[in-house]
Design a protein around this ligand. Structure first.
Ligand SMILES: O=C(O)COP(=O)(O)O
Ligand SMILES: [Mg+2]
Length: 221
């Protein structure tokens, strides 16, 4: 692994707390179709596998006729593509990313969020310049936990490195590569921390630069 090594990060539940916006967009669409709204914890538990899986889970939970799927997803995307009003960066994210960039780490994003809303939210928080490589949920035919998007991110960043994420999708994707995985425990994971394969875990972004330095030292060059 080159030193300073490339670092690829997940987006929803890792850098940003976007569940409130996703929840609002989902319920606006359900309301339009006269379907009872879902609570925030429920919708948050459906996030991680991208828009298609989100809607499979919503449709199962609300017992919606599959024939309505295309129109529901289209109505959702129309709201979701620029939904940032309720989204927040997790505390310490900007500082930690700045520090990693200053230390010379090439930075990338590998998210299951589609590219449209991904670009929009990165721009909204002034983070676009930090990430020369961004792989979205619709960049390739397959998405996480398939390792292909993460592999593409590392290829474009110039070599292997660390992956940072919050969920089962990220841990399984990193294990499939394989790539060392740093788990942010404050995101949208459903399983206990111990059940997700990871090199190290953290709950505050202030800890990330030190964890990256430690991880880089324990890996062969
Ligand atoms: O949009 C999702 O479902 C998940 O997105 P993430 O890969 O950035 O966590
Ligand atoms: Mg995530």
């Amino acid at each position: 692994m080159p030193n300073p090594c490339p670092i690829v990060l997940d987006l929803d539940g890792t850098l940003i707390d976007s569940a409130p916006d996703i929840h609002a967009c989902v319920n606006a669409v359900l309301r339009q179709h006269r379907i009872a709204p879902l609570g925030l914890p429920r919708v948050r538990s459906f996030i991680g596998g991208g828009v298609e899986l989100l809607w499979s889970r919503i449709m199962a939970a609300c017992r919606i006729d599959p024939a309505h799927r295309p129109e529901l997803i289209a109505a959702f995307m129309a709201r979701y593509h620029d939904a940032t009003a309720l989204t927040r960066l997790f505390p310490g994210v900007t500082e930690a990313l700045g520090r990693l960039a200053d230390d010379g780490h090439p930075l990338g994003i590998c998210t299951n969020k589609p590219m449209g809303p991904t670009r929009h939210v990165l721009q909204h928080f002034g983070l676009s310049q930090l990430f020369p490589v961004v792989i979205g949920g619709d960049t390739l035919p397959k998405r996480k936990p398939d390792p292909a998007p993460l592999r593409l991110a590392f290829d474009q960043l110039g070599g292997p490195g660390l992956y940072v994420g919050d969920s089962e999708f990220d841990a399984d994707c990193a294990a499939a590569m394989p790539a060392p995985f740093l788990l942010f425990t404050g995101g949208y994971r459903l399983k206990p921390e111990a059940e997700l394969p990871h090199l190290a875990a953290f709950d505050r972004f202030e800890q990330l630069p030190t964890l990256v330095a430690d991880a880089a030292m324990t890996r062969p060059a």
